[in-house]
Design a protein around this ligand. Structure first.
Ligand code: ADP
Length: 774
């Protein structure tokens, strides 16, 4: 081949070509080079023209090069002098492209440069690099583990996150192979994975996609979602490489599990409560029933065809069809629960309670679903019907019982009236003391029997609904006075203080049933007196602020300082025949009917009755009643209460009579008995001292001359005893010696006052009052 041919070949080559000679300085160090030959491609790449550069040194073409590219010249010199071949990549500014440059030396001091344009490869590489970075960033951001697996060799690569998901660092689980994965995956899930991989390798499915449990470093199992794809195949069609992701889905699985659990619980609750639910998707008009809906309507889920609503229509009891149709026509906002019957698959009739039309909105407040619930209430209905029947039967039996009691009470009252009348007649005949005592007991017994019969009669009347109220004028002050009067004797005997307060705003012209109000009030006062041994009873009446339908309403309160009521017994109080303590019957008497009669009467009068009490610390019973009013309404304030009646304090007196003379003693006894005072009678000073030692007296009436111990001596001993006890008892001398100086003698001996015999009844009472009033 001719030289020309080679020259042409070089000139037209797609590879850039430049031939140079290296120039060395005096120390034989390369410092410049000269262009000997270049081809067309070189000119294109470097934008330098051969005619301009051939025969010239580089330092002439680019004067600065020896300073900034001296290392490059030395590098080229190394090739030219030492004959080594070098390769490097370089970016050309004028060409704006990348070259791969090959430098070789055909002869010492000469070197050839070949330039291949690699701009395309370089930009592909840069793109690849960018993509890789992007993927790495995404993987880091999503916290996804990655894996690459050479199926044929078993070589595997995981990223750091892969190991982190199961609690390790990559270093801890190295060396990594496919065995590493096998070691951590749960055996059951490994089988599922294997199965899926086989299907991917057989090209049955494109993706490998499993959730598997893996052993975490801390010993627990964690859920991991694994997804992958075969990325290359061998020429003979075998899978070669596969890569994929490995994601922690533990939280997600946990939520999924909780959701499933909640759904199962809801389903179970619906089954137990025989309650079904439905929802109508407003977007696609799809209606979904809960499983229990099918059970309630006796409809087979699998055999259903057509609309669910039609399936229901077929089982609705024909007579109730109109109820359902009417309800369906009601606008959603006005829907209310309703009931209808259905014929179940076994032909039995079931009662259904339904609530339709709850609208469910999405977070943007758009309506998305309409929901409703139904419940099979057959069982409940049956029980209710049975209960209603039983209640009716019980009511009939109760009315019969009440009527019987009412008849019985009437029957008993008639002979009892005759009995009481006869006792009264007997009382006015001449009787011995003993007979009088017997009559007295008979009178007391018949009175309590009569009161019991009255109670039973009232109770029966209330129970049977036969109680009729009067509508006559009501005088509150009279009612109060009469009610208290009934117990005056016991109040005095116990020495209780009773005060009444009547609100100033109580109208004068009230109408109602004064007898029944008095009955309730006297029952409460009677109880207060019965269950209070010392202290006071306050009875108040006031007008309640808000009248009931314009009618005046009064509130009564009876407050005592008695034994009180234990909290657990309070609710029993107004129940029939209940006493707080059964021992109360023995101590205080009573049947436990009183308060329940009061409750019945009060309710009949449109009021309420209640109690506030503390055991051992008194009780307050309250009741209200609604009355009618005459013409004028007194509208004064109810807050300013005024004391209307204050009862004088009649203390029960406990007297000690020291008297040895039979006749004198009988006279004093009669005087004292007339006032119902309590008497202790002894016959000499010694007995008086003994009695004083055992009991407290409000006053002592002391005879002077007595056998065993006289009045002076007895007074001295008593005063001595009193000093120890820190008390003082009035001692009144009673003596037939009315001589001058006797009174002084008595006072000197420690007595307080003096009555001379024969004792005048009025003097006696005045003397006792003088020394017993506080
Ligand atoms: P009773 O005829 O037994 O008094 P009530 O119905 O009037 O029947 O009273 C029921 C029970 O309530 C009484 O037995 C007593 O235990 C209790 N009770 C009623 N009032 C009082 C009160 N003021 N203080 C203490 N306990 C009372």
């Amino acid at each position: 081949m001719s030289d020309n041919f080679y020259k042409k070949l070089i000139q037209e080559s797609p590879i850039g070509y430049a031939y140079h000679k290296i120039i060395c300085d005096k120390d034989d160090i390369p410092c410049d080079f000269e262009f000997l030959e270049v081809n067309a491609k070189f000119e294109e790449f470097t934008k330098l023209k051969g005619v301009d550069i051939v025969g010239r040194r580089i330092s002439e073409i680019l004067p600065d090069i020896t300073t900034y590219e001296i290392d490059k010249i030395k590098f080229l010199g190394d090739v030219a002098i030492n004959g080594v071949t070098k390769e490097y990549e370089e970016f050309s500014e004028p060409y704006q492209g990348w070259f791969k440059v090959n430098v070789s030396s055909p002869e010492k001091y000469y070197f050839v440069m070949h330039f291949i344009d690699i701009s395309k490869e370089m930009s592909q590489l840069a793109e690849l690099q960018k993509n890789r970075e992007k993927i790495t960033n995404i993987l880091n951001a999503t916290n996804v583990g990655t894996w690459e697996w050479n199926i044929q060799t078993g070589e595997t690569e995981f990223n750091e996150r892969w190991a982190e998901v199961i609690g390790y660092s990559l270093e801890e689980i190295s060396p990594i192979s496919i065995e590493t994965w096998r070691r951590f995956v749960h055996p059951e899930d490994f089988k599922i994975s294997e199965n899926q991989l086989k299907r991917v390798f057989d090209r049955e499915i494109n993706y490998y996609d499993v959730d598997c449990r893996m052993k975490h470093k801390d010993g627990r199992l964690v859920w991991v979602h694994d997804r992958g794809k075969v990325t290359s195949w061998t020429v003979d069609g075998k899978p070669l490489t596969m890569s994929g992701t490995h994601t922690d889905i533990n939280g997600h699985k946990q939520t999924e599990y909780e959701l499933a659990n909640r759904e199962a619980t809801l389903k179970e609750a619906q089954r137990i409560g025989q309650m079904g639910s439905w929802s109508w998707n407003l977007k696609n008009s799809e209606v979904v029933w809960s499983d229990e809906m099918y059970n309630i309507f006796g409809i087979d889920k699998d055999s259903i065809s057509g609309r669910l609503g039609d399936a229901i229509s077929k089982v609705i009891y024909p007579e109730d069809l109109h109820i359902v149709q009417a309800e369906n026509a009601v606008p959603i906002s006005e829907k209310k629960p309703f009931e209808y019957r259905i014929i179940h698959s076994d032909n039995s009739i079931h009662h259904i309670w339904a609530k339709n039309g709850e609208v469910i909105y999405d977070e943007l407040q758009n309506p998305v679903y309409i929901e409703g619930i139904v419940q099979d209430i057959t069982q409940w209905k049956t029980i209710n019907i049975e209960l209603a029947l039983a209640k009716k039967e019980a009511e009939v039996a109760n009315t019969a019982k009440s009527k019987f009691l009412s008849n019985m009470s009437h029957e008993i009252r008639t002979p009892l009236n005759g009995f009481i009348g006869m006792i009264q007649l007997l009382e006015i005949t001449e009787l011995t003391e003993e007979q009088k005592e017997f009559i007295d007991i008979a009178k007391k017994s018949s009175a309590s029997l009569l009161s019991l019969i009255n109670d039973i009669l009232d109770y029966s009347k209330i129970e049977a609904g036969m109680m009729v109220l009067e509508m006559i004028p009501v005088d509150i002050r009279r009612i109060l006075a009469d009610s208290i009067d009934l117990f005056r004797f016991t109040i005095e005997k116990k020495g209780l203080i009773v005060e009444t307060f009547i609100g100033s705003a109580i109208p004068e012209n009230l109408m109602g049933d004064p007898f029944r109000i008095r009955q309730v009030l006297s029952n409460l006062i009677g109880n207060a007196v019965k269950y209070t041994n010392t202290g006071r009873i306050d009875i108040t009446v006031k007008k309640v602020e808000n009248p009931c339908n314009g009618k005046p309403k009064l509130e009564f309160a009876v407050t005592d300082t008695g034994i009180g009521i234990p909290p657990q017994k309070m609710e029993l109080l107004f129940k029939n025949f209940s006493q707080v303590e059964s021992s109360n019957t023995r101590i205080y008497g009573g049947t436990g009917l009183g308060l329940s009669i009061c409750k019945g009467l009060i309710e009949k009068m449109g009021g309420e009755i209640w109690v506030e009490s503390k055991e051992c610390d008194g009780s307050s019973f309250y009741f209200t009643c609604i009355l009618d009013q005459g013409t004028i309404m007194d509208d004064a304030s109810t807050t300013c209460d005024k004391v209307l009646i204050k009862f004088p304090i009649y203390k029960l007196l406990n007297l000690l009579i020291v008297e040895d003379d039979e006749i004198s003693m009988t006279v004093i006894k009669k005087f004292a008995q007339h006032k119902d005072w309590n008497l202790t009678v002894v016959q000499n000073g010694k007995e008086a001292v003994d009695a004083f030692d055992q009991m407290r007296f409000d006053a002592i009436l002391m005879d002077i001359q007595m056998p065993v111990m006289d009045g002076y001596e007895a007074t001295a001993v008593i005063r001595q005893l009193e000093r120890k006890k820190g008390i003082h008892t009035p001692i009144i001398a009673m003596t037939a010696f009315a001589l001058k100086g006797d009174k002084e003698k008595c006072l000197e001996s420690g007595m307080d006052d003096y009555l001379s015999k024969p004792i005048d009844i009025n003097d006696f009472y005045a003397m006792i009052r003088k020394w017993s009033e506080d």
